[in-house]
Design a protein around this ligand. Sequence first.
Ligand code: AR6
Length: 183
Amino acid sequence: MNHIQIGQTHIQLLQGDITVQQVDAIVNAANSSLLGGGGVDGAIHRAGGSAILEECQQIRNRQGGCATGDAVITTAGRLPAKHVIHTVGPVWNGGSNNERQLLADCYVHSLQLADEHQLISIAFPNISTGIYDFPKKEAAIIALQTVKEYIEQHPDTLLQQIIFVCYDADNLTLYEQQIQAMN
Ligand code: AR6
């Protein structure tokens, strides 16, 4: 199963590269510096070009980066998406450092920014499950549950399409299992 509908909002799973998604915003698993890095962050900056980094630098000058769990929005440069929402996931450090709540905050703050900008569609990567080492199964449960709760609590959201773009097959399977359990 790779789809669930809550109100007017479709939550969808797919496997692939988030940089090619034609949506209003793709979400970047960034770091607090907002200056780029490896993983999906590197792929987004490479494909989107220097306009994204320039706006990230302006945000740094204004507010000194982005705290873990927070999110900021920029242009998407050359990408097919219109915006990039940069959020900073927690580094997994055993689970007793508020990692779960901070991961949920990433999803909520990204959705809030999308709603503030009246976006219709958004694509998320599997935040924190790469270099930041968050256990994949728990991250999938938190991601889907948090997004579902947000939509239920915001019946006036304009978001019609929320895509989870899983890069690796492991994550896709975990998301499929979780979405099945939610139906
Ligand atoms: N499209 C979709 N998902 C991808 C792509 C892609 N092109 N490339 C990788 N992933 P990671 P994190 C998946 O490491 O764990 C950076 O250096 C990947 O398989 O990108 O939040 C930042 O600057 C994994 O499932 O992000 C930070 O310093 C998921 O994206 C740090 O890494 C997240 O993996 C953030 O670490």
